[in-house]
Design a protein around this ligand. Structure first.
Ligand SMILES: [Zn+2]
Length: 292
């Protein structure tokens, strides 16, 4: 663990992660150009947790916006097919194949668009196993960022693991905790303990505009010496080594690569919800009623 992050927390790095959206001018309630304007005004950074399955679906206008603004936008790996428990199982071969398929797709996305990506992963629905951490490490990923540090196949972790910038309890593969901004006092604790501030949100955080987020950002920026950076940058800073990963696994097509009908249906339903139901107050209420 790097000394500057832990013993002398003079500078805190921060990042807002938004899960799931496609790279197109507008996804659900998220308008990338508008968010960029807010980031420039309020000084923050957004990392998009990009679903590798979507690698052929990015729009050129949004790609250009990202390429022109590397100080405000970056993308990282969000699962592979984005099925609920895809990294929560314990079959090493399967997890290894998923990990390499995800990297292969990100690499294809980079070839198609020219846009680089951070070789760090965010788990769909927060589920991961210790076996998945081993597979990800072996495939050359640099770190994971997740809303819990509890694995699906492990015991309760000792309290000290919650106090670190990142836990390396799973096969020495670094795992950072990210949080929904429900309890702001936790961000103060992050600063005093020398941890980064990593916020997670979805497109619907912008349902009523950008003020909720920018108010939070303004509050965080008022807490001390906070710098907003990409997840790769945060991982490098707190782990004290450079992001480097084995590109060979990302360049060869995994043998189990397939387009599954289940994945297709799941993406279609999720995107219909994000873009048509959650952007409409009435439909959103009906949807919630039906779900409950
Ligand atoms: Zn997701």
């Amino acid at each position: 663990m790097s000394k500057h992050g832990v013993e002398n927390p003079r500078e805190t790095l921060a990042c807002l992660i938004i899960d799931d959206p496609l790279l197109k001018p507008r996804y659900g309630c998220l308008d990338y150009a508008k968010l960029l304007q807010e980031m420039k005004e309020h000084m923050f950074f957004t990392e998009i947790a990009f679903i590798p399955w979507n690698y052929r679906r990015s729009h050129s206008k949004t790609i250009k916006l990202f390429a022109d603004n590397p100080d405000y936008y970056a993308i990282c790996v969000h699962g592979c097919n984005h099925l609920g428990n895809e990294f929560g199982g314990t079959n090493y071969q399967q997890l290894s194949s998923l990990s390499s398929t995800a990297l292969w797709r990100m690499e294809q996305h980079k070839k198609l668009t020219g846009l680089p990506y951070d070789p760090v992963i965010v788990f769909p629905q927060g589920h991961f196993s210790s076996v998945a951490m081993k597979a990800l490490k072996d495939q050359g990923y640099f770190a994971a960022f997740n809303s819990t540090i509890h694995s699906t196949d492990g015991k309760e972790l000792p309290p000290i693991e919650h106090k670190r910038a990142a836990t390396t309890t799973y096969h020495d593969f670094p795992l950072f905790l990210r949080r929904y901004p429900k309890d702001k006092s936790q961000f103060k604790e992050d600063i005093s303990s020398g941890r980064p501030i990593i916020i997670v949100e979805h497109h619907n955080a912008f349902r009523n505009g950008y003020k909720t987020i920018t108010d939070l950002v303004d509050w965080i920026n008022g807490l001390g010496n906070v710098k907003w950076k990409s997840l790769s940058h945060i991982a490098e800073y707190y782990l004290g080594n450079k992001v480097a990963f084995a590109e060979q696994s990302a360049n060869s097509l995994p043998s189990s690569f397939s387009y599954d009908a289940k994945v297709l249906l799941r993406r279609f339903l999720s995107e219909a919800r994000d873009n048509y139901i959650e952007t409409n107050g009435f439909l959103s209420k009906v949807y919630k009623m039906l779900r409950s």
